[in-house]
Design a protein around this ligand. Structure first.
Ligand code: MLT
Length: 395
């Protein structure tokens, strides 16, 4: 046999695996240390009551012959697609049910979608960025062009910065992971116009859309006129409703999105029906409950809790005179490391001196160096304690 040599071009381990390994090592050498985890964006609030009760009812369904379910519907159950369709309708985005694909989270679909695009496509990826976009393209051997995010462009690169570089596949993540920056409608309209002009596709990651509190900001690329001709949207209930361990998300592939006469929606359906057998009935029932009035009211409280954590982090950084972005419409705070440009050294220092885990900016790409990310998904008392410790070591 031979192997896919592209894998040899990857870094040894995935960013969050590397961090987890470092923390495990530290913890085994310092068994009494009270480590506070603000690295990976993993939620800490439990599933909301509406979800729990829907899942309990679904378990009962599975226990009776009349209501038992085997393999589910190919693109996800109609009840969940209908709930997602209703959620988009509230944003003023009309969808057909067959445009909604239920999956096990944005990460999987963002990687898997690449199966249906040619390896010769030039891929445009903002830097710093969620490492999945880069790693999955390296696995396929695609050429990647990076667009630099920096303080100058507010970590929101725009098509004008491309000069003559042409891109076929464009990744946009808004609210952005890791920087927390959010594109305006006017900025997204420029990307849609670029994609249409160059026959490119935008892969829009909206995993953090539920954290947008500023009503003028878009929470879906499909709020932009013309986007259905040139974009695919990936979203997940991981951060919206605490599903990081439960696993459920959705991908919207518009019927209008074509390459010549070929429907991208049909190709994705072909790929999914061949390689994926769906998300469990019990989880899809729980996901449906997220979109009920009761569910939405309950998850909003959790989102407010996390945004409250973000405020605590932000005010500590203000007090320390440290520059940052994010935290307003996003659960991430992206800070400029004081007096250093080495984000892994800062990571080690925080772990050793304060037992705080964050994510080094360099892990999100070369442009992330000199920065550091805090996740606001922790428990309130831990966030408060972490910020006290931070003040002690940085004051
Ligand atoms: C992150 O910390 O960037 C995310 O939690 C990772 C993920 O969602 O896969």
């Amino acid at each position: 046999m031979t192997i896919n040599n592209n894998y040899l071009n990857l870094k040894d381990s995935y960013l969050f695996s590397t961090i987890a390994k470092k923390v495990r090592e530290y913890s085994s050498q310092n068994p009494n240390a009270k480590i506070i985890r603000m690295g990976i964006g993993d939620v800490t609030r439990p599933l909301v009551p509406a979800v729990i009760s829907a899942m309990q009812n679904a378990v009962v369904d599975m226990s009776k012959a009349e209501t038992f379910k085997g393999y589910g519907d190919e693109q996800g159950y109609g009840f969940l697609q209908t709930a997602v369709k209703g959620y988009y309708a509230k944003k003023g985005v009309p969808l057909e049910l067959n445009e909604i694909f239920i999956g096990d989270g944005a990460k999987s679909d963002l990687g898997n979608i690449l199966d249906i695009f040619g390896t010769e496509n030039a891929v445009l990826i903002p830097d710093p960025v969620y490492p999945v976009y880069v790693d999955t393209n390296i696995m396929h051997g695609r050429k990647i062009v990076f667009m630099n995010g920096n303080l100058g462009n507010g970590f929101l690169p725009m098509p004008i910065e491309l000069n003559k570089t042409k891109a076929d596949i464009i990744y946009l993540c808004s609210p952005n992971n890791p920087t927390g920056a959010v594109y305006t409608k006017a900025q997204l309209a420029e990307w849609v116009s670029y994609a249409k002009k160059h026959n490119a596709v935008i892969l829009f990651d909206s995993a953090y859309e539920a954290f947008v509190t500023d009503k003028t900001l878009p929470t879906s690329i499909f709020e932009i006129k013309g986007a259905a001709d040139c974009a695919i949207e990936f979203c997940s209930l991981s951060k919206t409703a605490g599903f990081t361990g439960t696993r459920c998300g959705y991908t919207v592939v518009p019927n209008a999105l074509k390459n010549g006469d070929i429907s991208i929606n049909k190709l994705w359906l072909r790929r999914q029906t061949t390689k994926f057998n769906g998300v469990s009935y019990v989880v899809q029932r729980g996901a449906e409950a997220v979109f009920s009035d009761e569910g939405l009211a309950q998850i909003t409280k959790d989102i407010e809790y996390y945004l409250g954590n973000a405020k605590i982090i932000a005010s500590t950084l203000d007090e320390l005179g440290i520059a940052y972005t994010g935290g307003n419409n996003s659960p991430y705070i992206w800070l400029k490391i004081p007096n250093s440009n080495d984000s892994w050294a800062f990571f080690d220092m925080l772990l050793e001196k304060a037992q705080i885990v964050g994510t080094p900016g360099a892990g999100f790409g070369a442009s992330g160096e000199g920065h550091f990310r805090f996740s606001a998904f922790g428990q309130r008392e831990n966030v408060i304690e972490a910020m006290e410790r931070l003040k002690q070591i940085l004051k």
